[in-house]
Write a protein that binds this ligand. Structure first.
Ligand code: NAD
Length: 383
């Protein structure tokens, strides 16, 4: 039986399963139980889950084989699970040592969506990408909403209004989606990323790739590397004129496992034109823009600076739909179908690199090496 948890963390509006996809799980042979109200903040009524074949049950988690959620379960919920129950959710292990300890000590087999290896076979299970896509779109819409002028060029009998100039820093999944959205709204877009491959992707979205006289920074797995302080200073200096000329700046830069790089100082924002807008998607992880505050709009000089906070959750319907599809694909991989009974058995095969790579705890142990190393010692205090 698969249980769908009601999210309890502040500001979380998504839900891990949507009614349209319940049939995929029952089709595999699972019973699906949903905690009442699980879809409420994503505007999904309990009746829609029931009509799709799920059961609504306040105690859905109690005898589940697998519990799916967006955010990690809270201690009270983890302690209600039978040993051997599995959970699938986002699980930022570095920020949640106590949750990892509870999962380990309760004998829960936990999988973290952010640890699903980014190999081609796992693309359909890649929740970091699906949620980054939502966040990138939202950033461009927020910038367009805050800016008190048109994004597109308007040629009218009353005269011509030039298009807005948008600069995007960081052209990964979110940045490219922000570029594409700003372009669809008609803005002139310029973008910069430290990875060499990004320039071509930026151009393919109809934007201008900003080329700086700096070496590119490719790290492992196609991600960016961290900058030295010298390089960071030089990058800021070279980007300053582009930022000063922009009507809207959108920043989405990240380096895996590190604080977000600080790309734009308050002084650079102060040099922007009156009415300019800055949208910092990385605000929660340290910020690409000095002075941005997650979940807030602050004024720096003449600009309004919007700091992102759980941005995918601001579009809970589509974000939940995409996340739920990622979950269905991962669960399908972990399901052993018995032809005879037509029933599914949740039986993750740990020799599969996707299963092994995304597992955090199993059989009373922390299986994810970096988490075990980072948390060793720190976890042995009183529970
Ligand atoms: P991310 O969220 O870690 O980072 C966002 C972007 O910030 C990246 O493009 C990075 O290069 C950029 N960045 C870092 N430091 C910067 C700096 N100082 N200045 C400017 N930009 C900076 O990255 P992501 O969006 O998750 O993806 C990054 C890469 O991984 C892309 O090449 C993407 O295509 C690839 N990817 C592969 C798969 C897959 O194979 N399944 C899935 C998703 C993404």
């Amino acid at each position: 039986m698969i249980a769908v948890a009601r999210e309890t963390r502040d500001g979380e509006s998504r839900v891990a399963m949507v009614p349209e996809l319940v049939g995929k799980l029952t089709g595999l042979g699972y019973a699906v139980r949903v905690e009442p109200g699980a879809g409420r903040s994503a505007l999904i009524a309990d009746e829609e889950y029931a009509a799709a074949g799920a059961t609504l049950d306040e105690r859905a988690l109690d005898d589940a084989d697998l519990v799916v959620s967006v955010q990690p379960l809270r201690t009270e919920a983890i302690r209600r699970l039978r040993p051997g129950t599995a959970t699938v959710s986002f699980l930022p292990t570095g920020q949640e040592p106590a949750t990892v300890r509870d999962l380990r000590d309760c004998g829960v087999t936990s999988f973290a969506m952010e640890l699903v290896p980014r190999i081609s076979r796992a693309q359909s299970m890649d929740a970091l990408s699906s949620q980054a896509l939502v966040a990138g779109y939202r950033c461009a819409i927020v910038a367009a909403g805050l800016l008190r002028r048109f994004f597109p060029l308007n040629m009218t009998a009353a005269g011509t209004v030039p298009p807005a100039e948008v600069v995007v820093l960081g052209a990964g999944v979110a940045g490219l989606q922000a570029i594409a959205t700003a372009r669809r709204l008609g803005a002139v877009v310029k973008a910069y990323d430290v990875r060499a491959a990004a320039a071509e992707e930026i151009r393919s979205m109809g934007a201008v790739a900003i080329e700086l006289e700096l070496e590119t920074l490719e790290g492992a797995g196609g991600y960016a590397r961290e900058m030295t302080e010298d390089r960071a200073a030089r990058q800021r200096e070279l980007l300053a004129p582009y930022i000063a000329a922009a009507d809207a700046l959108i920043t989405t830069a990240a380096v895996p496992g590190r604080q977000a790089p600080m790309l734009v100082t308050a002084e650079m924002v102060e040099r922007m034109k009156p009415g300019s807008v800055v949208v910092d998607l990385a605000s929660e992880t340290g910020g690409n823009v000095e002075g941005s505050r997650p979940g807030d709009v602050v004024r720096i000089g003449n600009a309004q600076v919007w700091g992102g906070r759980n941005v995918p959750s601001q579009m809970p319907g589509p974000a939940s739909r995409l996340y739920a599809q990622n979950i269905v694909n991962l669960v399908t991989l972990m399901t052993e179908k018995s032809e005879a009974e037509g029933a599914a058995r949740f039986a993750p095969d740990f020799s599969d690199e996707i299963v092994a790579g995304s597992c955090v705890t199993h059989d009373g142990e922390i299986r994810h090496e970096p988490t075990r190393e980072a948390l060793e010692g720190a976890l042995e205090g009183p529970a």
